[in-house]
Design a protein around this ligand. Sequence first.
Ligand SMILES: Cc1cc2nc3c(=O)[nH]c(=O)nc-3n(C[C@H](O)[C@H](O)[C@H](O)COP(=O)(O)OP(=O)(O)OC[C@H]3O[C@@H](n4cnc5c(N)ncnc54)[C@H](O)[C@@H]3O)c2cc1C
Length: 435
Amino acid sequence: MRSIHFLVREGTRWTNWAGTAKTTPRRVLSPTGPDDIAKLVSEAAGRGGRLKAAGSGHSFTGIAVADDILLRLDGYRPEPVVDRETSRVTVPAGITLRELNPLLAHHGLALPNLGDIDAQTLAGATSTGTHGTGAKLNGIAAAIVGARLVDGTGTVRDFGPEDPELAAVALGLGALGVVTDLTIQCVPAFRLLAEEHPMPLDAAIAEFDTLAATNDHLDLYWFPRADRVLVKRNNRAGAGRPLSGIKRWWEDEVMSNAVYGTACHIGKTFPATVPAITSMSARLMSSRTFMDESYRVFCTPRRVRFVEMEYALPRAAFAPAFAALRGAANKRRIIFPVEIRVTAPDDLWLSTAHGRDSVYFAVHQFRGMPYRDYFAEVEAVMREHDGRPHWGKLHTRTAADLAGVYPRFADFQRLRDRLDPQRVFANSYLDRVLG
Ligand SMILES: Cc1cc2nc3c(=O)[nH]c(=O)nc-3n(C[C@H](O)[C@H](O)[C@H](O)COP(=O)(O)OP(=O)(O)OC[C@H]3O[C@@H](n4cnc5c(N)ncnc54)[C@H](O)[C@@H]3O)c2cc1C
C-alpha cells in the first residue's frame, strides 16, 4: 500500500487551548484517509511506537497528548452523505462543530443537543463525552449511529447501530482507534427561544427539579458568594427574534469576553479585588430573551482562557453536593462562575451519564490563578456522591477508582485489549484513567 499522508510538522510544540497539556510530537502527520491511517498505525505498532489523533485541543486534560505521532484529520474531507429518509448524516470525524452545524442546517437538520462552544471536532467532542444540557436529552455521542475506525492492528472496522460495541466506540476516549467517519442521527432543524434571567439562588435551588423538568435545556451560572444565579432556559419553538448583530457582538464579544477578560486580568494581578469583581459580575448578569437557530443559541465564543473540572452526579445529589461546593467556592478567590447542567441517562459504556439521570457541576478558574486546592475540595465532594469526571476536564481519578463508578468499565477494557492490544493509542492520561 502506498503511503500518501503529508508531513505537517516535525519537532513542533503542541499545546491545548487551556495551556494545561503540552508536548512536542516526534511527527505531525495529515493522513488522507482510512487506508493511509491503517498503514501508519501498522508501522507504529511494528516498531512499538504510539500514535494519536488530536482534535482541536480543547480538552483540559492530557487526553489528546501525542508524544510520538500526532495525526491531524483535517486533510481527510470526503463529501458528507445525507440520508433524507432517516435524517442520518455521515461526515468525516475531524470536521469541527462550527463547520458541521451550518452544514446540517443547510439540509434542514441539526444535532439534538450541543455544548457551550463549537470549536471542537466531532470526534474530539464525542470521544470525551461532550454534552450540553436537557433533562430529557443526551450528550453528543449518543447521537452517533455509525463509526469507521482504524484499530490498533491497522484494521479498518465499521460499526453500525446493531453493533453493541458502538456504545464504546462512540465515546472511546481515543483509546480504541482512530475514528475516520461518523454517522449521526440528526433531528429536523429547530429554533430555540432563549430566556436568560437572574433568579435568587435559594429559589433556584428549591425549584431546581421543576426548572429542569419544564425547560428543554436548563443551564445555571452562579458566581461564588453571590445570592443570585443566572438561569438560562432554552426551549423549542415559540415566537421571537434573533439578537441583532450589534447586540450579539456587544453582549457575547464585548461584555462576556473583552470586558470580562480585562476584569479577570485585574483579579489575577490584584487578588484582593476578586470578591469585588465576582460580586460585580453577578450583579451585571442581566436578562435577555431572543430566538435563533438552535446551534446559534447553544454555542457562544469563549475567548477568556480558563481551567475547568466538571463532574456528573446522580440528579438526586444536586442539593447536598451544591451546598458543599458552595462552601468550597465561597471561602476562596474564585473569579469564574460555576455552571450547572442536566442530562438524561444513556447507555454508552463510558458516558458520564451512563444509566442515570445526571446533574453536572463545572468549576472554573481564570488561567494562571490558583485553582488546585479548590478543585481538590470540590472533587472530594463529587467523589462522595458517586461522581464521574468529564474525560476532557481536569481531575485526578485513576482506573482503580473509576472502575467502581462505571458498570461497563471491564467490558471497555476487554474491547480495548482486542482493538488495541499493543496500546498504540495510549498516552500517560489513558495510562492513568484506564490502567
Ligand atoms: C472553552 C471550552 C468550552 C467547553 N465546553 C464544553 C461543554 O459545553 N460541554 C462539554 O461536555 N465539554 C466542553 N468542553 C470540553 C470539550 O468539549 C472536550 O474536551 C472535547 O473533547 C474537545 O474536543 P477537541 O476536538 O478539542 O478534542 P481534543 O481535546 O483534541 O481530543 C479529545 C480526545 O479525542 C480524541 N480524538 C480526537 N479526534 C479523534 C479521532 N478522529 N479518532 C479518535 N480519537 C480522536 C483525542 O485523541 C483525545 O483523546 C469545553 C472545552 C473548552 C476549552
